[in-house]
Design a protein around this ligand. Sequence first.
Ligand code: FAD
Ligand code: FES
Length: 258
Amino acid sequence: MIVDIKAKILENRFISGKTWLMRLEAPGIAKYSKPAQFIMVKPTTEESFDPLLRRAFAIADVVGDEVVLYYDIHGRGTKVLSERKSGEYIDVLGPLGKQLFPEDYNSYILVGGGIGFAGLSFLMKYLREKGKKFVSLYGARTKEDLSMIEWIKENGFDVIYYTDDGSFGRKGLITQDLESIIEENPGSALAVCGPTPMMKAVAKIAKQKNVPCYLSLETKMACGIGICIGCVVKDIQSDNYVRVCYEGPVFEASEIEF
Ligand SMILES: Cc1cc2nc3c(=O)[nH]c(=O)nc-3n(C[C@H](O)[C@H](O)[C@H](O)COP(=O)(O)OP(=O)(O)OC[C@H]3O[C@@H](n4cnc5c(N)ncnc54)[C@H](O)[C@@H]3O)c2cc1C
Ligand code: FES
């Protein structure tokens, strides 16, 4: 069920790099949220319409009645969002997204790049609850950009980290060991979220190794509910366009052009 609510901001604090954490009291959303779903958040207060449009954020975690977001400051919307204070109320629409990660695999390899890891963290909790096997990879430019380390430790997960500069975990790209990790985990499906070049690289390896690869796409969105047609990608089979917000956000990599 999708609700359009004013959620109370419980916490909004800087984490590291350019990432902030926001905790929202949103029982109506928390209750129905599933991994890979997202919410559309109006960054401004009631009185202001600059910027006008809501911004999309992955549901990084759900704790009781709370919805947790991790967001990077990119432009005006996320800057304004970072200025919102605990105790204020904020317009939120969600949970959104229909096509999610398939549940019929016994084993998964999660690949999250940068803030894209926030699109997989809730899935980790879900898979653990379901007793499924999974390996998680988390890569970023530097340690500062691995902003969910604290969350990962608090929740007791084992993750293989990569940084471009070697400041934390293995030095190099998140894709560097992927072929061998796929071989070590036969029958696994890949669940991926991150920057487009990383997702393309992962999809290429998945194709070579002939393993299913599910991408949680984060194309730019204006409405988030299927109306504006601003978020489309091409569906290869039908040669038609599909809306990431409505038909997605998760697609099998071989089925779309992105
Ligand atoms: C389904 C979905 C889930 C998302 N989840 C998260 C999340 O959990 N955490 C997070 O930090 N961000 C997430 N994003 C991206 C987030 O929506 C954008 O970063 C945000 O809208 C930027 O708003 P802005 O006003 O700050 O930037 P704008 O002023 O709108 O743009 C500033 C810069 O950010 C870039 N940008 C805008 N939208 C996106 C986008 N969708 N993807 C990548 N770059 C973008 C622009 O190209 C521009 O360079 C998600 C996007 C989608 C569609
Ligand atoms: S964001 Fe408007 S149709 Fe997807």
